[in-house]
Design a protein around this ligand. Structure first.
Ligand code: SAM
Ligand code: SF4
Ligand code: SF4
Length: 371
């Protein structure tokens, strides 16, 4: 049997130390990349660890007992996260999503939520602060998160059937506890709650209708996500992707639906509603309908590297600046320069040239930069 190769934690992904410009232009609340896209949305991965082993994200064969997760010293501290988040806000970010790995596994996460909820946009508005979770410990944490200033929450749930759900999370975790977590979030007012279902054709596509039926008639927005070729470990195959158009067609046969207007530019989900007025659903078609043209999202990895695209292979090591002797103005200027040089549009290129579009370079894993 071939020896297993275990990547060294701190060298697993290439990164460069950002250039700090000699002449500092103060952040003016707006910065655009080479395609004219503003910087509006920051996703922060607060841990690379997770108690689930969803096959499309952290397959057990790779993320086993020998896998070396990042040591605690590599992680950005809450103070470092808040400092860098403030600099992003100065450039126009008004939405922050905490993610991971499983963000609720990061110790005292509610303290970070409290620190981030105190940030204000240049015009004095609070941020849209949210978190994506597998909800395994949400029932216990919902109240503390709400009290700390979290506004809303997104829960991942791939099946209503307990056996299918346990198989998909590959940690034998029961669906009832996730539903309890959602109920707790509803009770404390962490809404509007969104529930994300990643669909793998042949694995959980029979769960589309049961999940739709379960949430229909409630304020919870169920969103169907196309299985993506993110990272390098999930063995992605196009024939396991169920195009959103087919999801809508299947739904429409049982519960007639109609398209509705987007809430804002750069929104990932296409919005639909039931014709009988019993609620909203969404589809996220990252594979079959690229939405790079108005992608305004930046991602900060667990160890403080900035990624300009979910499919990037190279990060920008902001931690090196945060732990160096740079002022806020200098780091903000470096961030502005990085964004101004951004040209990423992987999904559009995949659409044009196939999944080989970004091959040749090792892609970053989802649990490390956050979904
Ligand atoms: N652990 C949390 C959770 O599962 O909600 C947060 C992190 S997880 C990486 C964020 C989101 O990415 C989840 O909704 C998950 O379903 C989604 N995701 C992970 N791998 C994916 C893939 N290959 N294709 C599509 N979505 C994926
Ligand atoms: Fe964990 Fe979320 Fe990835 Fe599943 S999708 S393995 S819950 S980080
Ligand atoms: Fe944004 Fe990259 Fe996804 Fe395109 S592929 S929408 S640029 S994250």
């Amino acid at each position: 049997m071939a020896d297993k190769v275990i990547p060294l934690a701190d060298h697993r992904y290439a990164s460069t130390v950002p250039v700090v410009p000699a002449i500092i232009m103060p952040a003016g609340g707006h910065v655009a990349d080479t395609l004219g896209r503003p910087l509006r949305d920051l996703r922060i991965s607060v841990t690379d660890r997770c108690n689930f082993r969803c096959s499309y994200c952290m397959p057990k064969e790779v993320f086993d007992k020998q896998y070396q997760f990042l040591p605690h010293s590599s992680l950005l501290s809450f103070e470092e996260i808040t400092r860098v988040a403030r600099l992003f806000v100065a450039h126009g970010v008004h939405k922050i999503r905490l993610t991971g790995g499983e963000p609720l596994l990061r110790k005292n996460i509610e303290v970070l939520v409290e620190m981030l909820s105190a940030l204000r946009t240049p015009s004095g508005e609070p941020l849209d602060l949210t978190l994506t979770t597998n909800a395994s410990v949400l029932a216990k944490k919902a109240q503390a998160l709400k009290d700390a200033g979290l506004q809303r929450i997104t829960v991942s749930l791939d099946a209503l059937d307990d056996a299918i759900f346990r198989r998909m999370n590959d940690a034998d975790f029961p669906v009832a506890e996730v539903l309890d977590g959602i109920a707790a979030a509803e009770r404390v007012g962490l809404g509007p709650i969104k529930v994300n279902m990643v669909i793998k054709r042949g694995t959980n596509d029979d769960e589309i209708i049961p999940l739709a039926r379960h949430f229909k008639g409630s304020p919870i927005i169920l969103r169907f996500i196309e299985y993506m070729d993110v990272g390098a470990t999930n063995g992605w195959r196009m024939d396991e992707v169920l195009p959103s158009a087919q999801v809508i067609a299947r739904l429409n046969e049982v519960f007639p639906v109609e398209a509705i207007e987007p809430n804002c530019l750069g929104e990932t989900a296409e919005r639909w509603r039931y014709r009988d007025g019993s609620g909203e659903i969404g589809v996220i078609s990252s594979v079959t309908q690229a939405f790079c043209h108005d992608c305004n999202r930046a991602r900060l990895s667990t160890e403080g590297k900035l990624y300009l695209c979910l499919f990037a292979s190279q990060g920008h090591d902001l931690r090196a600046l945060l732990r160096g002797s740079y002022s806020d103005e200098q780091i903000a200027a470096a961030i502005g320069l990085i964004w101004q040089g951004r040209a990423d549009r992987y999904s559009e290129l995949r659409g044009a040239f196939g999944a080989e579009a970004g091959s040749g370079q090792r892609r970053v894993e989802m649990h490390y930069i956050g979904g």
